[in-house]
Design a protein around this ligand. Structure first.
Ligand SMILES: Cc1ncc(COP(=O)(O)O)c(C=O)c1O
Length: 341
């Protein structure tokens, strides 16, 4: 099966498996794990931030940041379709007692003026605006890269209002590969950044959340409360080191493959996709066929050896990753043409 459901479906490569088997480990809770510490240093350096903290998932990385920056009753300003708002099961409210002001549309946009307006005055009748969150790249928007000028203007609006900025950089590496702007240049506008190693970078598990020393101390405490402190996690961190060292630049290959998915599926009657809207490794394909909706299209593709997920009644999300190549896009096109007759 060619699996286009997500960039999280990748199998660890041989190099990762060897690194995991041979990793030097320790009890990260008691004395520290040397390989986890190496990964944390490497991630902090990549982001140009003083400290990074290893956590099991991207959701936990975001929630650690939210917990570190806020107290119950606070408000966060976040993109309307961000992962934090849409796909973290209400954790901001459930875990930290936060309410959210959401901004922008499905395209992942975030108007700096709207952010400026959303920041509350310091006034006892209002919640405190504790955090502005950005997402780079934006998942629901189809892996779009928020333009550097907008990204910087939103961060500047937050800073003017005295509010820290968290970047959900689960796919920041894709933005780096797509724009050539180094991770540290994006992170320079943020107070904390989360990154995932288990998406396009191909590690089996692991995320990090980075910031300054003070943030780090608070983040360690929140991670503990969330149960995210792991023991001989160096076996996981070893795969993460391979991911960070070897798999960032090659993301450009996934992006080229995604553009070819959009070009080739967009040329089929009954489907619509625009390669111009493909910034990175995610392609939103619209099923415009009269007799087939997104769910039915996915079911039929699966019968022809292609796995993919519906992303709305008429939208299917295709994600490219390091376990897919041009031959899988050939198979996909053939399967789509067969299904659509
Ligand atoms: C933008 C973004 N942030 C965070 C996450 C959460 O990552 P995890 O699935 O590791 O919790 C995802 C997962 O897809 C994501 O797309």
């Amino acid at each position: 099966m060619a699996d286009f459901r997500s960039d999280t479906v990748t199998q660890p490569c041989d190099r990762m498996r060897t690194a995991m088997a041979e990793a030097e480990v320790g009890d990260d809770v008691l004395d520290g794990d040397p390989t986890v510490q190496r990964l944390e240093r490497a991630a902090a350096e990549w982001l140009g931030m003083p400290r990074a903290l290893f956590v099991p998932s991207g959701t936990m990385a975001n929630q650690v940041a939210l917990g570190a920056w806020t107290r119950p009753g606070d408000e966060i300003v976040v993109q309307r379709w961000a992962h934090i708002t849409t796909y973290e099961s209400g954790a901001a409210g459930y875990l930290h007692g936060l309410q959210s002001i959401t901004i922008g549309g499905r395209g992942g946009d975030m108007d700096p003026e709207a952010v400026r307006e959303a920041i509350r005055p310091i006034y006892e009748h209002c919640p405190r605006t504790a955090l502005v969150c950005l997402e780079q790249t934006h998942n629901v928007a189809g892996g779009r890269v928020l333009a550097r000028a907008t990204f910087e203007a939103v961060a500047a609006a937050a800073r003017e209002g005295g509010v820290p900025v968290h970047v959900d950089g689960a796919r920041l590496a894709n933005a780096v590969a797509a724009t050539g702007v180094p991770a540290a240049d994006w992170a320079a506008h943020a107070d904390s950044v989360s990154i995932c190693l288990s998406k396009g970078l191909g590690a089996p598990v692991g995320s990090l959340v980075a910031g300054n020393e003070e943030f780090h101390a608070r983040a360690v405490l929140v991670r503990k409360r969330l149960g995210g402190w792991m023991r001989q996690a160096g076996h996981l961190a070893a795969a993460g080191l391979v991911a960070l060292e070897r798999n960032v630049e090659r993301l450009a290959e996934d992006h080229a493959l995604a553009r070819s998915v959009a070009e080739r599926l967009g040329a089929i009657d009954g489907l619509a996709a625009d390669p111009v809207l493909v910034d990175t490794n995610i392609v939103m394909v619209h099923v415009v066929h009269e007799d087939l909706d997104a769910a039915a299209f996915c079911t039929r593709l699966a019968e022809h050896g292609v796995r993919v997920l519906p992303f709305g009644p008429r939208v299917v999300r295709f994600v490219t990753h390091l376990d897919l190549g041009p031959e899988d896009v050939d198979d996909l096109e053939r399967a789509a043409r067969t299904v659509l007759g």
